[in-house]
Design a protein around this ligand. Structure first.
Ligand code: NAP
Length: 453
């Protein structure tokens, strides 16, 4: 039986790794999810084969309830609510790792220095990740509207961290009575809350990615304690992938992780920025002519396209233009929207083929030869002050060079700022026109106008 269990874990690990590999391209990502899911099914079913396993009824009931809830919420969730869904699921992972640690530590068994340390580390990180992710969920869901800050907050958090680590050390050195273990978990849970409440809601995706990496680490540590290969491998893979993603997001926003965690960015609304000139409105009929007779159109979707759920209309518009012989490409910024891959997922959902979707580095040289850059619900990712104004909070962030196109048309509802809260110099340029309205409604108008031509 031992060999069957180990062999199954090996298969599960291979499925996790190949699944992750397939997730690196939108074309194969769906398959990747299925592969990784199959790995998880194998790893879960194998638990039933352990010779000393009991509580089958409890296990089956828990799997059944969890499975139904996950299936239902996964089917029901809308694309714009995906970040908080991920926060919630990630929190559950951290909580599960902490629960495993709790079983080991409350059991009072002496694990020795190495495994004892791994158990408390996994427990601490898992508990922080659990409560922190729940706060992230509450913020993104709008249940927690304010960020709580007070003087000396970072010092307080540091004290809490020191107290948690000291309690952990006390437990590992053989003083782990039930009360100390309970205090340890309580401190770690409070730390997760106090670390997360001061961070602005808009920074939550980066924070969730960080907690995701931490959850992976916690699971891997507990895997060592339980001598469970699947947990070690899955945890390490999640930890590594989460760390890389966190780094990538921070880099694409040109911010350090410390700045994300401690600065309160986007909370105070940011500097308005000094931009001269006026915004020049345009009618859909004129934009339709501009696009229909263009050779090359680059479409830049942003958060507003997600809010408007305009992706299907945008694809319809693209097809109309393609039928007229216009070369249409999508230009995707790595942090457009509110979660990594947000735009890619929306465009994939609408059926836009991957070969007309381009990343920032690939597409930026094309703007100078584009007749029209159509910005739909994007703001910060096309703000040229990121290149020109060292005092701007987004200075240094790589942007899509929409301002280099011959004509730029921006679809947005009004004068609303983007996530960073600053003014966008692109909107005031001579070759920029503003098409005011909801993203979906405006895309529909453009479709109708082009059909009339
Ligand atoms: P953005 O800067 O947040 O701007 C979105 C724009 O969409 C707003 O100016 C808004 O203007 C417009 N809008 C909202 N609803 C709309 C609707 N229904 N129809 C049309 N327009 C609408 O978006 P972005 O350019 O995509 O930039 C993303 C920002 O989020 C970056 O600053 C990035 O650093 C940050 N961020 C991204 C991630 C990630 O992983 N993707 C994570 C954390 C933070 P109106 O109100 O005037 O319509």
């Amino acid at each position: 039986m031992h060999t069957v269990i180990e062999a199954s874990y090996f298969i599960a690990a291979i499925l996790f790794i190949f699944g992750l590999k397939r997730m690196s391209s939108p074309a194969t990502a769906r398959g990747g999810i299925v592969w990784a899911g199959a790995g998880m099914v194998v790893a879960t079913l194998v638990s039933f084969l352990y010779p000393d396993m009991g509580n089958y009824l409890l296990m089956t009931t828990a799997i059944f309830i969890g499975g139904i809830l996950a299936w239902y919420s996964g089917k029901k969730v809308s694309m714009t609510d995906m970040p908080q869904m991920i926060a919630l699921y990630n929190g559950m992972g951290g909580g599960a790792a902490a629960a495993i640690a709790a079983v080991e530590l409350f059991g009072g068994e002496d694990h020795g220095l190495v495994f004892g340390t791994l158990a408390v580390l996994g427990g601490m990180i898992g508990a922080v990740s659990f409560s922190g992710s729940l706060i992230a969920f509450a913020k993104l869901q709008g249940l927690l509207k304010r960020s709580f800050r007070f003087r000396g907050q970072q010092f307080f958090n540091m004290l809490l961290l020191v107290a948690t680590v000291a309690t952990a050390a006390y437990i590992v050195t053989g003083h782990g009575d039930v009360n100390t273990v309970a205090i340890f978990f309580l401190l770690a849970l409070v730390l997760g809350v106090t670390m997360t409440v001061p961070i602005g809601g808009a920074d939550m995706p980066v924070v969730i990615s960080l907690y995701n990496a931490l959850t992976g680490l916690a699971v891997a540590f507990e895997g060592f304690v339980l001598q469970n290969a699947a947990m070690i491998i899955a945890g390490t893979v999640v930890g590594a992938a989460g760390s890389l993603l966190t780094q990538l997001m921070a880099k694409a926003m040109n911010r350090s992780l410390a700045n994300v965690l401690f600065s309160g960015f986007g909370e105070e609304g940011g500097e308005a920025g000094e931009v001269s000139g006026n915004m020049k409105p345009i009618e859909a009929a004129d934009v339709a002519v501009m696009m229909a007779f263009a050779n090359k159109v680059l479409i830049i979707p942003g958060y507003g396209m997600a809010v408007a759920q305009a992706q299907h209309k945008v694809w319809e518009l693209t097809q109309l233009l393609q039928e007229r012989g216009v070369d249409v490409k999508f230009a995707i910024h790595p942090v457009a929207g509110r979660m990594p891959g947000h735009m890619n997922v929306l465009l994939a959902e609408a059926g836009v083929p991957y070969d007309i979707i381009y990343d920032l580095d690939e597409v930026n040289p094309e703007f100078r030869t584009a007749d029209v850059a159509l910005v739909i619900g994007a703001n910060d990712v096309v703000n040229p002050v990121a290149r020109s104004d060292p005092s701007s909070p987004i200075y240094g962030m790589p942007i899509l060079n929409a301002d280099y196109a011959k004509n730029t048309v921006v679809i947005k509802r009004g004068q609303g700022a983007g996530f960073s809260g600053i003014e966008n110099a692109l909107f005031f340029l001579d070759n920029t026109r503003m098409l005011y309205g909801d993203g979906k409604a405006m895309a529909s108008e453009l479709i109708n106008e082009i059909k009339l031509l």
